[in-house]
Structures are given as C-alpha cells and as structure tokens.
Write a protein that binds this ligand. Structure first.
Ligand SMILES: [Zn+2]
Length: 85
C-alpha cells in the first residue's frame, strides 16, 4: 500500500485552482484549464494560507491565556497586599 500523495491547491494567474502534487512544488506548471504557465509556489497554495490562519488563531489563544494569567496574578498580588495591611 502506498501513502496517498499530498496535493496542494495553487491558483494559476487566472485564478483556476490547480491540484499540484507535493513533488511538483517549485516547478513551472501549465494550467490545464487556460494553459498559462505559472510557478507552483507553496506560499500561494490554499494549504499555506490555511496553515497561516491556524497559526494566527493559535497565537491569539496564547496571547489571551497569557493576558488572563497576568490578570489573575495581579489580582492575587492585590488581594495579598490587602490581607497584609
Ligand atoms: Zn488557469
């Protein structure tokens, strides 16, 4: 059994979505719909933008958790200083 080949959805210059197998990344391809030549650039693929969106969402989550942790710490410090007076 062979592993399924990973494909990337990359738009041609006329915005046709072309399924590009991983081994053809960075090669010059010809769009099957409009015959225009274009480079299979990973950063232009839908997979790449999905990954960027996930990464941005994860970073926001980390920032949100960090902010909450700081607020809780500040609250504990404020409470402790009240109790010590
Ligand atoms: Zn095309």
């Amino acid at each position: 059994m062979t592993a399924p080949v990973k494909h990337y959805r990359i738009p041609c210059p006329s915005d046709h979505i072309v399924m590009v197998p991983a081994r053809l990344l960075d090669e010059e391809l010809i769009c099957p719909q409009c015959n225009s030549r274009f480079a299979a650039d990973y950063t232009a693929s839908a997979e790449y933008s999905d990954e960027q969106t996930e990464r941005a969402a994860y970073q926001w989550l980390v920032i949100a958790i960090g902010t909450v942790a700081v607020l809780i710490t500040a609250g504990i410090i404020a409470l402790a200083s009240q109790l010590l007076q």
